[in-house]
Design a protein around this ligand. Structure first.
Ligand SMILES: Nc1ncnc2c1ncn2[C@@H]1O[C@H](COP(=O)(O)OP(=O)(O)OP(=O)(O)O)[C@@H](O)[C@H]1O
Ligand SMILES: [Mg+2]
Length: 159
């Protein structure tokens, strides 16, 4: 009975949120991630802050890649496949880490900028992810769930 309860708890440490590619969605993703992670009993504030920052950078990149530039895009544009982003959070049963996945439909891979000019306003997001996560990367899985084609992921060791 106890074993069943434990495995049920572990199995439930996976959740996902589908977002439209609007700037407000980054805020939603941050709030959702912090609440979800805390809800799983992972209440170390530094861990929650770092995970939320990684989510923020990856979701913001996906929002920018979708390129909805109008302030009030038409509903049809918002719901089109290429404008949808899926955030998945998971603590797999066999890994002592939080896995953050951000799925999008943009055909290009993330390109870390390396050294950026001291006065550049951008180009540091993936460097921040690299500093906070144990590892990160991307894949274009053949069996990606439509409309998504690419997943950018990061692993955050549990405290
Ligand atoms: N999901 C993505 N799809 C396509 N291209 C991406 C994606 N994520 C990142 N990139 C590319 O990688 C580049 C580097 O991303 P990074 O987050 O390091 O910097 P930035 O987004 O340009 O600036 P900052 O994050 O500092 O505001 C981006 O400019 C973009 O060209
Ligand atoms: Mg960025």
């Amino acid at each position: 009975m106890t074993a069943i309860q434990i495995s049920a708890t572990i199995a439930s440490r996976r959740d996902s949120l589908t977002l439209v590619a609007l700037p407000n969605s980054a805020y939603l993703a941050r709030a959702y991630s912090a609440a979800t992670i805390r809800g799983w009993g992972l209440v170390d504030e530094e861990f929650v802050d770092n995970a939320r920052s990684v989510v923020s950078e990856l979701v913001t990149n996906a929002i920018e890649a979708a390129g909805l530039s109008e302030k009030q895009p038409k509903l049809s544009a918002l719901l089109a496949g290429e404008s949808l982003i899926r955030l998945v959070l998971e603590v797999p049963a066999d890994i002592d880490a939080l896995v953050i996945e951000v799925w999008d439909a943009h055909p290009h891979a993330p390109e870390p900028r390396g050294e950026v000019a001291f006065d550049s306003l951008s180009g540091r997001g993936l460097a921040l992810v690299d500093a906070l996560a144990a590892s990160w990367g991307y894949r274009f899985p053949k069996d990606a769930p439509p409309p998504w084609t690419k997943v950018v992921y990061a692993l955050m060791p549990l405290p």
